[in-house]
Design a protein around this ligand. Structure first.
Ligand SMILES: [Zn+2]
Ligand SMILES: [Zn+2]
Length: 348
């Protein structure tokens, strides 16, 4: 099969022939139809997260949809021809967290494109398929589905389950990249008033298209002050979709008393996984702060219902579709945070 192969960190991916994946009894082989290019791919490609892959050469790509081509002998829920989404956070289904319905917190988490070869390829093998694949409704296309493998589902879980966003609340979303734009759409669909915060006028304009009712350019105005003014006292929920010191601190300080902060963005390599927190503000205002990582399998049902009925439109985030040959350039372009919206590979 053809694949865009990571042969050296920070160097352009090499498109070449590689052996087809081997089928395990509990796995399926998919013909990939769409794979999103995500900032997490960039983190691995650049070498920042080099320890999250088993070694090189490796095939990245973890926001996938496709069609089942071969099915292992032990698989019961899927057959050739089935259309599927591949969630990036895959539980083993048998540890205490999986049994409690929190597959994204599995003790033995597998992630396509990270722990095994991913979707920048014609074919991909997904192990433990009965527990880790989602059937895609006929009326949802593959491009819509790709984002539901990572960014869109991450936002859905973060906004609705972790953030518990309710109708009429003010929600401030920091960072209008893929996850941030997804979070805006989900919060708007939940009935919230959304304020988007970013440093790029183009990204803020796109955030308005996703339904944000207000935008704040944090280069022009202190976001916590702007959000207090707009909301008359602070946001009910703040979402840090980026994970740098500025966005984390400003998100927290933009909250009203008893506000909720959802941390979705992971920190950069330079931060070493740590950021400073305004502890006194958190204590004195009874701020609740929680993390959000991926999404458990049971929440897909609600997400897919909203997508199938057109309440949520993950495909609207997609501003560019590309071929496998163009992935290398797309990753390099991410180094400067250039471009608006999401890029998806649709030609393999
Ligand atoms: Zn991703
Ligand atoms: Zn588990």
């Amino acid at each position: 099969m053809k694949a865009a192969v990571l042969e050296a960190f920070g160097e352009p991916l090499v498109v070449r022939e590689v052996p087809d994946p081997a089928l395990a009894p509990d796995g399926v082989i998919l013909r990939v139809k769409a794979t999103g290019v995500c900032r997490s791919d960039w983190h691995v490609w650049s070498g920042e997260w080099k320890n999250s892959v088993p070694g090189l050469p490796h095939i990245l790509g973890h926001e996938m949809s496709g069609v089942v081509e071969q099915v292992g002998s032990a698989v019961r829920n899927f057959k050739p021809g089935d259309r599927v989404i591949v969630p990036f956070s895959q539980g083993d289904g048998v540890c205490p967290h999986c049994l409690a319905g929190h597959q994204n917190m599995c003790d033995h988490l597998q992630m396509p494109g990270f722990t095994y070869n991913g979707g920048f390829a014609e074919l991909v093998h997904v192990p433990n398929a009965d527990r880790c694949l989602i059937h895609l409704p006929d009326d949802v296309d593959f491009v819509d589905a790709a984002a539901m493998g990572c960014r869109f589902m991450t936002a859905f879980h973060g906004v609705l389950r972790q953030g518990e966003v309710r109708p009429g609340e003010w929600v401030a979303v920091f960072g209008a990249g893929g996850v941030g734009l997804s979070a805006i759409q989900v919060a708007v669909a939940a009935g919230a008033n959304v304020i988007a915060v970013d440093i790029s006028p183009e990204k803020l304009a796109f955030a308005r298209e996703m339904g944000a009712v207000e935008t704040v350019n944090s280069r022009e105005e202190k976001p916590s002050r702007a959000i207090r003014r707009i909301t008359g006292g602070g946001a009910h929920v703040a979402i840090d979709a980026l994970g740098i010191q500025d966005t984390c601190t400003n998100a927290l300080l933009s909250l009203r008393k008893r506000g909720r902060h959802v941390q979705i963005g992971l920190t950069t390599y330079e931060n070493g996984g740590r950021l400073e927190l305004p502890v006194n503000f958190i204590v004195e205002n009874e701020i609740r702060m929680c993390g959000s990582f991926g999404m458990p399998i049971p929440e897909y049902d609600a997400l897919l219902q909203m997508v199938a009925r057109g309440t949520l439109k993950p495909g609207r985030l997609v501003t560019r579709t590309i071929s496998l040959e163009q992935v290398a350039q797309a990753l390099q372009d991410m180094s400067t945070f250039a471009g608006v919206g999401v890029t998806v590979v649709t030609e393999f």
